[in-house]
Design a binder for this molecule. Structure first.
Ligand SMILES: *[C@@H]1O[C@H](CO)[C@@H](O)[C@H](O)[C@H]1NC(C)=O
Ligand SMILES: *[C@@H]1O[C@H](CO)[C@@H](O)[C@H](O)[C@H]1NC(C)=O
Ligand SMILES: *[C@@H]1O[C@H](CO)[C@@H](O)[C@H](O)[C@H]1NC(C)=O
Ligand SMILES: *[C@@H]1O[C@H](CO)[C@@H](O)[C@H](O)[C@H]1NC(C)=O
Ligand SMILES: *[C@@H]1O[C@H](CO)[C@@H](O)[C@H](O)[C@H]1NC(C)=O
Ligand SMILES: *[C@@H]1O[C@H](CO)[C@@H](O)[C@H](O)[C@H]1NC(C)=O
Length: 597
């Protein structure tokens, strides 16, 4: 108690001294409205001072000047001319709409310049003249529509350029010329329709690039060519981005890549596979529903994978086989029914797991997670299956809950199925187990059947054989499998040929054709037989036609005078219609002559 009171007293004395010291050192020039002037450190803080202009008579040895949150609308020419030692100038949150070409002239020492959240529509090329030592420029939250050629040409020392939350519609080719030292660029390009590849080519030293809100549906090949030193690329809020071309990231050697809040429906494996130094991959908030196994195998150094807030239903086995040091996996807020241990090379390296917000099934596939829960940190809360959460229950209870039952194909269906040739057969395979088994079908050659083609595995577990052919006959196998095992059931398919109809079984023909060898009689549709039958038929047809002609010829000769033509008159339809309306009789009767033979 005693000691406590003593130290309080001591601190109180210290504060008093400090306040007195500050008061006595307050410079006379300090503007009234800027209440917090720390002249000792040559700092003037005029934040929230209700200023409508830059105060006059500022101390000339000033190094930091904070004019943020005021109502400054304009800057006079060489407004800060006397402040040659100023290193930090904050003009954020004012009403600046335009910066005159020479307003900042004379600030030779300036390192950081913040003009965020004003009303700038354009950055005139000369506005930044003379700021050759500038390291940081923040123009975020303005209304800048375009970046003109050579805007930043004097900023040879600039390392960070922040231009998020603007309305950039165009970036000219030479916009970033001169920014040889630029390391970080944050650009909001809301109405650009393509990546300004040529402008970026001037930024050979860039290591961090954040590109937000682009209206582009695809990332074209070689979009970032020239950014060889880039380490971190963030592409965010491109609502129309659906694909990354295979060569879109060529030339990059990234350690961190984020493609967030876009419209990707698949992991862009082809574009990623050369990024062997990638440590952090973030594909969150994309409508990706499926991660194919073994496709990320080249990403040997991957430590973090984020795909939160997507539409993931399934992560295939062996997805992270190549990434032996995966430390963080965040797939929270998806539609996953499970996450199997076999997804990882080994889950030993895993430290952080985000799996909450998924409709997980309580079965043995999550047993590994229950066992490891003490060594894992759950990002965003523990996962739950049913109403059970993985931290709230004793290990023994969880083990009892997380069980599987190997599949069993129901023997209700018949062992063999008959079908007429050309008809459709459906082979059923009802299987049960926990979790719900998946059904695959093998053909008589034990090859797996897909869901396409004439013979296809239908989604509901049945096998459909359309336009059945005799060669489809054989034993098909339905294989039901889940995490606990598999069960197979053979079903025979027999196809009845069409031979029943036998429309050409001409029993009498062989007797009429004794010269035919006996083996020609079977089968009845032999080509030779048909030809012979056809030619005999043709001969008799020709002879009867000939006889008829001769008979007609003689008959007509004997009749003598016969009219050989007939005249047929007709009325065209349209003309008839108009005549009904009383248009007159100008229509003349059309006629043609037909010769009678
Ligand atoms: C400047 O003053 C404002 C309010 O007057 C305060 O919020 C802010 O922290 C100050 N800045 C510094 C760097 O002291
Ligand atoms: C950007 O595009 C949106 C629609 O896509 C439009 O509403 C907005 O006015 C555009 N902004 C500019 C500055 O052109
Ligand atoms: C996203 O992609 C889907 C198709 O994959 C399309 O229907 C939808 O319109 C796209 N959304 C936007 C904002 O372009
Ligand atoms: C790629 O980056 C890694 C580290 O980020 C570096 O060690 C490697 O040398 C780079 N490779 C090339 C080809 O630049
Ligand atoms: C599965 O679908 C096929 C065709 O869509 C149908 O013929 C069959 O009856 C279905 N099977 C079951 C078990 O519902
Ligand atoms: C079915 O299980 C056996 C072991 O019980 C295994 O050897 C076989 O590969 C499995 N077949 C399939 C298709 O999963």
């Amino acid at each position: 108690m005693q000691a406590g009171r003593l130290s309080t007293a001591r601190w109180g004395a210290f504060y008093l001294l400090l306040a007195a010291g500050l008061a006595s050192q307050a410079p006379e020039q300090c503007p009234h409205s800027c209440r917090r002037c720390g002249a000792a450190v040559s700092t003037v803080n005029c934040s929230y001072a209700g200023l409508s202009g830059v105060p006059e008579r500022l101390p000339s040895d000033l190094t930091r000047l904070n004019l943020s949150h005021n109502a400054i609308r304009t800057l006079a020419p060489e407004q800060f001319g006397a402040l040659t030692r100023l290193e930090d100038l904050d003009l954020s949150d004012n009403l600046l709409a335009y910066v005159e070409a020479d307003a900042l002239l004379g600030l030779w020492s300036l390192l950081d310049l913040r003009v965020a959240r004003n009303r700038l529509k354009v950055l005139p090329a000369g506005a930044l003249a003379g700021l050759s030592r500038l390291r940081l420029l923040d123009v975020s939250g303005n209304e800048i529509l375009g970046v003109l050629d050579f805007t930043f040409r004097d900023l040879a020392g600039l390392r960070v350029l922040q231009a998020l939350h603007n309305h950039v519609v165009f970036v000219s080719r030479q916009a970033f010329a001169g920014l040889t030292e630029l390391r970080q660029l944050y650009l909001d390009a809301c109405n650009l329709t393509s990546v300004p590849t040529e402008a970026f080519a001037h930024l050979g030293g860039l290591t961090v690039l954040h590109l937000h809100r682009l209206e582009s549906s695809a990332l074209p090949d070689y979009a970032f060519l020239g950014l060889a030193r880039l380490k971190e690329l963030v592409v965010a809020d491109w609502p129309r981005l659906e694909t990354l071309s295979a060569n879109s990231l060529v030339g990059l050697n990234l350690t961190s890549l984020a493609i967030r809040k876009c419209n990707l429906s698949a992991v862009p494996f082809a574009a990623l596979h050369h990024l062997v130094y990638l440590v952090n991959l973030d594909l969150s908030s994309n409508p990706i529903s499926y991660i194919q196994g073994n496709q990320l195998r080249d990403l040997l150094r991957l430590e973090e994978f984020h795909l939160a807030g997507g539409r993931l239903r399934r992560i295939e086995m062996a997805t992270f086989y190549g990434s032996v040091s995966l430390k963080l996996l965040d797939v929270s807020r998806n539609l996953l029914s499970t996450l199997e241990e076999g997804v990882f090379h080994s889950p030993d390296a895993l430290r952080h797991l985000g799996l909450n917000g998924n409709p997980l099934a309580c079965d043995c596939r999550l047993l590994w997670l229950a066992r490891r829960r003490s060594s894992l940190q759950f990002v965003g809360g523990p996962p739950t299956c049913g109403q059970w959460d993985f931290l709230g229950y004793a290990a023994a209870d969880m083990a009892e809950l997380l069980t599987c039952r190997s599949p069993r194909v129901q023997p209700r269906q018949p062992d063999s199925v008959w079908v007429e040739q050309g008809h459709t057969a459906v082979l059923h395979c009802d299987a049960e187990g926990r979790p719900e088994p998946s059904v695959t079908w093998l053909d008589p050659g034990r090859r797996a059947l897909t869901n396409a083609g004439r013979i296809r595995a239908v989604g509901n577990g049945s096998l459909e054989v359309r336009y059945a052919q005799p060669q489809d006959t054989g034993i098909y196998r339905c294989v039901a499998s889940n995490a606990a095992g598999n069960d197979t059931r053979p079903i025979e398919l027999r196809v009845r040929t069409l031979s029943k109809k036998k429309p050409f079984h001409l029993k009498s023909w062989p007797a009429a054709l004794p010269s035919l060898s006996p083996d020609l009689r079977e089968p009845p549709f032999d080509v030779k037989t048909l030809l012979i039958a056809a030619s005999i038929g043709f001969l008799s047809f020709c002879s009867s036609v000939g006889v008829c002609f001769i008979a007609i010829f003689f008959w007509s000769k004997s009749r003598g005078q016969i009219k050989h033509t007939a005249n047929i008159a007709y009325v065209p339809r349209s003309a008839a219609a108009s005549s009904n309306g009383g248009a007159g009789n100008s229509m003349e009767t059309s006629r043609f002559t037909m010769k009678l033979m």
